[in-house]
Design a protein around this ligand. Sequence first.
Ligand code: CDP
Length: 232
Amino acid sequence: MQPRKIVIAIDGYASCGKSTMAKELARKIGYIYIDSGAMYRAVTLYCLRNDFFDGDTLRTDDLLQHLDEIEVSFVLNSETGRPETLLNGKNVEQEIRTLAVSEKVSIVAAVGFVRRKLVALQQALGKNKGIVMDGRDIGTVVFPDAELKIFLTAAPEVRARRRLAEMQAKGQTASYEEILRNVKERDRIDETREVDPLRRADDALLLDNSNLTLAQQDEWLMTQYRRAAGIE
Ligand code: CDP
């Protein structure tokens, strides 16, 4: 029997390895992987480039006026086999991962009209199923009927250490303390915002991966996938 094509939603806290997990699963099972956080990051980069911030205050009127000029899309890097993010046709994959963007992204992601635009795009990308999407509200808002929902968490210190290693590997500089502060602050904003806050969907499987190796995590996930797709 052919496996059933499904939607897989992976949500959770900042830097807990959602995208590593989602990308690896998508590669293994031949699904499309979409990083919804990259979309919020790209819009944030647009706001920074156009000077829409006064300190930590976003001038939402300015953003709303330019909203239709912001186009976010993805292109597959043929060397790595991984999708990269484009902002108005230009590759911004490296720039959206900097701490400067991380420090502002949760402010932009709390704006209702930004969420409406990006959620519509995410739903369009998933309409044919066969997709793994990670974010904060995928199982609750974007795909409430997803056949498999995972809610991932890990201790903040573990997450900050992982993010530091990831940034160092790319030659980006930031201190552990700065990253830990950012991870905690994003969680706070994401959980307390009025529009589509970060929360576990009632039917999401909870996984704390603080003490799991990548191999253990992948094995657990494949078991969940097989069950949800009706393979066993
Ligand atoms: O750093 P990490 O990979 O954990 O975060 P991300 O997935 O790149 O998301 C960056 C930020 O975008 C989050 O902190 C949220 O503020 C926002 N976001 C959101 O509000 N909803 C989503 N579906 C995905 C991301």
